[in-house]
Every structure is written in structure tokens, then in C-alpha cells.
Write a protein that binds this ligand. Sequence first.
Ligand code: NAP
Length: 555
Amino acid sequence: MTSTTHHPLEDGATEHYDVVVIGAGVSGLYALHHLRGMGLSVRVYDGAPEIGGTWWYNRYPGARVDGPSAPLYCYTFSDELVQEWDWTETQAAQPEVLAYVEYVADRFDLRRDIRLETWVQDARYDEATQRWTVETSTGLRASAQFVVCAVGALSVANKPDIPGIDDFGGECFHTGDWPQEPVSFSGKRVGVIGTGSSGVQSIPEIAKEAAHVTVFQRTPQYSVPARNRPLEPERLAEVRKNWDAIRAEMAAPPQGADFAPFPGNGRSAFEETPEQRHALYEELWQEGSLSFVAGNYPELLMSEEINREVSEFLRGKIRQVVRDPETADKLMPDYFYATKRPILDDGYYETFNRDNVTLVDLRQDPIETITSTGVRTATREHALDMLVLATGFDAITGSMLRLDPKGRGGVSLKEKWQSRFHNYLGMTINGFPNLFMIHGPGTPGVLYLMPLGAELETDWIANCVRYLRDQGLGAVEPTHDAEKTWDREVTELANKTLFPRTDSWYMGSNIPGKPRHFSVHLGGPGYFQRIVEVAAKGYEGFVFEEEHRAASTAG
Ligand code: NAP
């Protein structure tokens, strides 16, 4: 492969690279490592003061991964890394994950190509040169043949549009943009709005310290015990010893099925008696963690009947824990389990047995306004010193729309995605040549192992770049028809499941006015097989452009 630029060239105020990567989180760091390793010049920009992306911003109390850190929530590309990094818990807490990401950056000497506190404010494609120009908040401008958007699937915090929210006089923090300085809850009356993963993780921790916690709940949630524990050295040793097999299994397509949002335990729920099924639910609940989903029947998200049974099982667990029947009633979820992102907790329901915790059911007693001193609901005033917004994110598409790149003819992504997102393979967009997304809408992204998914998507992107360079081509983009086919595929897979039946951030329905559109490809590992096949068929669905002469001299 030929690389036109090995070192940035100064051209007035513009630096030239082969690739600009936007975002220095888990995905962006791997993209830098891999693409740089191919001999390409790469520059990474991130608006944050440090690397880490999600793991930099989400440092609220209780934040931790909810899949097993080893072997599932970690990079897989380096055997040495697997051997070197000692995870201390089965589900690592945020400081440990951030320390790991920092270790990776140092271990692979990534920092020298990263510019922090540098927001990309404009990214624009020039058809004549077949290059992107990126303008940043520091005044720095860069030009690159390729742009890789590693901007995160859950990175644009959703500040709810509640009347009076800016009038609150106390401290106010969003879980997805938590301050770097320690936050003290001691002696304070804290209100938490939101009971998704972030609320469920943080509420028990806040309640341990605060004078009082008022939880403002709009939709009650199912949660399963995380059962996090110290990671036994023997378990870590076992993972290291069997690493090759484990990695292969993680990336392997499901056996005997072309479709599996969660592959399940290989047993059919309909071939077992209600007693056998109940025994499995109990066993999985005792085991805790996301095993409750991953080890469940494959019909969990396909069959109303099975899902109702599982949902009722989980409601029973809430009734067993919560002592006050009125509070327990308010905590009863009534949607299909796991059609919102499954939640894990460490003592969430138990927290409602504490004297210093009050639950407000916003469906019965909605917020009228936030005042300078608290929250006023239909029935009363809740005096507060601190407000915690655990209100989630403009998920999956939000970060791309915030970036709002301008493609052919200056058309912006906001214009292109006005009514819904359109792309091909979740990674490329018609009208936006040489631009790639990692964990974009229409990839398995948030429903797969995110670090591994980022690696596999980046590997695909890197191969596409290599192909283009090897052929002496200047630009690649998907056809409009390929996008239509992809949209159909994503939607058809979703429609085989119960997911579209629930309001969730997967559907975009947590953001007022956002088009309702299921945004995850449910093929799981099969997706990765699929994209490799597309490449093997000569990049089916893509058009390549000859290299313009102007481009070859630009970089
Ligand atoms: P979320 O799941 O979207 O939950 C947001 C919560 O805020 C919901 O309870 C929502 O209620 C409520 N809410 C939003 N706007 C509101 C309003 N105007 N008034 C009242 N309530 C409002 O967000 P999240 O908890 O930050 O989690 C997002 C995702 O991030 C997770 O699903 C997960 O994928 C990821 N995450 C992962 C971890 C982990 O792996 N350990 C931890 C945290 C987050 P409704 O349900 O009624 O909309």
C-alpha cells in the first residue's frame, strides 16, 4: 500500500494527514493505533481535557462496566496487553477502566498523535481534492483524505427540557458529564431525575452519603443484581491461558442461526416446562450480571409469552425486596424486559428501604417546574440542595449530528438525516465520501461487545482504505440503493423482535422530536461476517472514484 503522507506537512495554517480521527475514547484510540500501524499519518482530536471518551465523562458514583471486564470489556488486539493488565474486579469501576485506557495509550505511544481540548467544529468534504477539511476550536485546521468518526454512541448528554431547569440555585450535575473534582453529598438533600443504568448505579451510592435522596422516576425499570466481585487471580490466569480460543469465540458468528440479538443458552423455552424455565430464571438471577440476558432462552426478545414470564419473575424479585408495598407498586416495570437496555445494580431496590430515600412516581405526580430551591411536582414542593440529572443521552445518532459533517455539495448530515438516519453497514454514508463511523447507527454497537466491535469495524475501515490506496483510487462512498437495502435489513431484524414495541433510546424515543427508528443492527457477530463478505465481493454497494490529480499533490 502506498501512503501519500507519512508526516504532517505545514501548509500555512493547515496540517495535512491521511486520516483524521474524531474522538479519543476506546474506539478512537484503537483506530489511531491500527491506522498508524499501516503507515498512515493520523491525527486524533477530542474536546475533552483527557483521553477516555465515555470513561472520562461518566465518573458519577457507582459507574462501572456491566459486562465482565476480562475477557469481554477490554481490547483484544494485543496478546501482551491481555497478559499485562490485571483487572481487579469482575466488572471494573470507572477509575479502573479509565486507568486501563490511559495505560493502553502510553503502552502503544498513542498520545503524540492526539490533540485534546480540541473540538472539531466543522468537517467539510472537497470534491475537487477528495479530501476533508476539519476546523477546530483551537483555530487549528487540518486536511485529510479520510475522516473516522469515533464520536461515541452515548456521548451527547440529554439535558431534559423541564421548565425552570436553568433556575435551580443548588449544584446540578449530569451523570454523563460529571465533574472532575470530588462531589460531596454529605448532609445534602439530593434529587435524582432518571432511573436508567446511570441512575440505578448512582442512587445507592448517593444514598449512602446524602442526608436525603428524592428519586424522580418516570418509567420504572427492571434491574438484575450485578454481583460484581473481586476477580480471582485463577480466573484471570484462565482467561490468559485460553485467550486465543476466547477471542475467537467472542468474534464467532452464532452457530446455526443467522440472527440472534442475544444468542441465548441454546435451549428452546417452548421445549421446557414452566418449572424448568423458572428454575433457569432463578439460577441466572443468582448468577447476576448480563448473564441474565445472555444465558436466557433465545426467545426472550422474540416471544411475548416468554418475555412476559421473565418480566413477571423480575417483578416478583422487586416485591420480595421492597418493604413498603406502595413504593414497590411504583417500582413495577410494565414493558417487555430487555427492550430497554438491561440494567444491573448493586442494591438498587434495597435502597428504597432506607429512611433517607423517597420515590416520586412522575407518572402520577409529574414535575411542573424546577425552582431555585428544588422541584415542584403536581402535589408538592421537594426542597433540594443538589440535582443529579441521570437523564441519558441523545444516543447513537446524536454525536454524529452534533458533528454535522458537510458532504458533497455542502449538504450537511443534519439535512441528510432530517427524517431518519441513512447509511450503509452503519459505517459509511452516501454523499459523504471517505468518511467512516465507528459504532454508528445501523451497527451492532451498543448491543455487542463495544471494544471488540470497535476493533472489528476499524479493521474493516482500514482494509477499505488499504484497498482504495492499493488501487490508486481517490474516494469511496456507498450508493443510495445500498443505504436503502441496509435500512431495510436493520428494520426487518428489529421487527422480528419486541424491541420496537417499547419507547427506548434504541428507538430514539427518549429525545422529544427525534425520529422513531430502531438504530442497532441486531445481527450480533453475524454482522461482522456480513461486512467482511461485502468487502470480499469487491465492496458490493460502494462506488469508487479515480484519484483526482489535485488530490495526489494535496497531501
Ligand atoms: P437512560 O437509560 O436513557 O435513562 C434516562 C432516564 O432518565 C430514564 O429513566 C428516563 O425516563 C429519564 N428521563 C429522561 N428525560 C426525563 C425527563 N424529562 N423527565 C423525567 N425523567 C426523564 O440513560 P442512562 O441511565 O444514562 O443510560 C444510558 C445508557 O448508557 C445505558 O442504557 C447503557 O447502555 C449506558 N450505560 C452503561 C453503563 C454500564 O455499562 N455500566 C452505565 C451507565 C450507562 P424514561 O425511561 O421514561 O425515558
